[in-house]
Design a protein around this ligand. Structure first.
Ligand code: SAH
Ligand code: SF4
Ligand code: F3S
Length: 439
């Protein structure tokens, strides 16, 4: 009889790729993917705890499975990832949802297969959280689902301890994979036909820091030197480690996309200090100038937080001013979320929800106006799109250009994974639409 799995993923690209590794492990156990969770023999929730609403989202979905599990006794429910990795959360989760069979963390993701087999032999739930002790697992076979893009981990964990952030506590200390392993994986993926590689890490530009392996910009250079037509992207860069060498490598290598995600978080120096970001707004703007000097057409995107403890109207205005100065093509905007165990959670002057709400609305308006302005410049131009999906509702293919702009267009045949010239005819906020052209 066929056995099916269903994975629900929350959070960042790191988790998206880790779900591909979980899918690989489940495939080895003989399970097949299914779209509807009701058909699943094993349902896995790969969770995130970066903000309260990410946690609530997962809690809500796990809660909804109670009924299904009561009807389908043999079904296995597994909850893993960042949420249970927080101190005390695995047991709390199991007390709230006793019908969850397996709880695992970020570090022992590779052992899910063993936990399933263990659970099948016992009535009791399997709750296994390990310390993030710095081990790197090589050779886990991912079942990739994001063709034509392929994710590649280059670092795990984070040492930065930004005062608001839970990631260093749930992902452990920063460690880098060996460049040889990364380059070999990249070469294999290109040979398999992937057209875009995205290097992943919490802070990719501190890659190999403190070891004798090559620095990040050299790693990029080596991957870009692999034969074949493909795009190379990376995320995320921390401004404190963004260097001239990196800007030059982006400028000199056509395969490296002229598109950099450079999270600033705030434009206020006192808030940046309280956030432990290790740069001032002037330092940040200097890095942006270096990037613009070497890569004048570079699309710059960012992450912004409003309502950090102690943020005054003046601090918030500094953020607005910085956003205006940089001119982002797009930005992720967040309301600060208090995370237990972080330094900021204990700070006084937590900001009133209503104040944060008003600030984020104002910030979103500004960011959206910049994005619209940027999109409008596309109309009439021909761009090279890498089609990644088909939108059934619209009846159109969609893909991105090198700068990360999303475009929709019609095609008679399946063009997913084929670089396609598209003439842009319309811009609607963040997305573009156009038609295939031969020029
Ligand atoms: N390592 C990456 C991404 C970390 S998480 C980096 O440093 O950029 C992605 C984003 O979530 C962060 O950039 C930050 O803007 C946001 N974030 C992290 N913790 C948060 C919190 N407690 N509340 C609100 N936003 C948060
Ligand atoms: Fe969190 Fe800061 Fe590390 Fe990013 S760099 S993961 S925001 S601690
Ligand atoms: Fe969330 Fe963990 Fe990523 S907390 S943002 S899934 S590293």
């Amino acid at each position: 009889m066929e056995k099916y799995y269903h994975i629900t993923t929350y959070g960042c690209q790191m988790n998206v790729h880790e779900s591909e590794k979980i899918a690989g492990a489940l495939t080895e156990l003989g399970y097949k993917a299914c779209e509807n969770i009701e058909n699943a023999d094993i349902a896995v929730f790969n969770t995130c705890c970066i903000r309260e609403n990410a946690e609530n989202h997962a809690f809500g979905n796990i809660g909804m499975l109670k009924k299904l599990k009561a009807q389908k006794k043999g079904m296995i429910i597994a909850v893993g990832g960042c949420l249970p990795q927080q101190i005390g959360k695995a047991n709390a989760l199991h007390s709230k949802f006793p019908y969850v069979d397996i709880v695992f963390g970020t570090h022992n993701l590779g052992k899910l297969k063993d936990y399933i087999l263990k659970k099948q032999g016992q009535k009791k739930s399997v709750i296994e959280i390990e310390e993030c002790d710095g081990v790197i697992n090589e050779g886990e076979k991912a079942l990739r689902t994001s063709y034509p893009n392929a994710w590649i981990n280059i670092t795990y964990g984070c040492n930065n301890f930004c005062s608001y952030c839970i990631v260093p506590y749930v992902r452990g200390r920063e460690r880098s994979r060996r460049s040889e392993d990364i380059i070999n994986e990249a070469r294999e993926l290109i040979a398999e036909g992937y057209k875009e590689l995205t290097l992943l890490g919490q802070n990719v530009n501190s890659y190999a820091n403190g070891t004798d392996d090559i620095p990040f910009y050299k790693l990029l250079e080596k991957i870009a030197a692999i034969d074949g037509k493909f795009r190379l992207r990376f995320m995320t860069s921390h401004p404190k480690d963004f260097s001239k060498d990196l800007a030059k490598v982006i400028a000199d290598n056509e395969k490296i996309c002229n598109c950099v995600h450079l999270p600033v978080q705030s434009g206020s120096d006192s808030i940046l200090k309280a956030m432990n970001r290790k740069y001032t707004s002037a330092d940040y703007l200097k890095k942006v100038d270096i990037l613009k000097k070497y890569v004048p057409d570079c699309a710059i995107t960012t992450d912004l937080i409003v309502g950090f403890p102690g943020e005054t109207d003046k601090d918030f205005n500094d953020t607005l001013e910085l956003v205006k100065k940089v001119g982002y093509t797009s930005a992720f905007t967040y309301v600060y979320s208090r995370r237990d165990g972080t330094v900021a959670a204990k700070m006084e002057n937590q900001i009133d929800k209503e104040v944060s709400k008003a600030r984020i609305m104002q910030l979103i308006d500004l960011v959206n106006s910049q994005t619209r302005e940027h999109s409008a410049k596309y109309v009439g131009k021909t761009v090279e799109i890498l089609p990644e999906d088909f939108d059934k509702k619209k009846g159109m293919y969609l893909g991105r250009d090198e700068y990360g702009a999303m475009a929709y267009f019609k095609s008679e045949r399946d063009v997913i994974g084929e670089f396609t010239k598209v003439k842009i005819l319309g811009a609607n906020g963040i997305s573009l639409s156009g038609e295939i052209t031969e020029d």
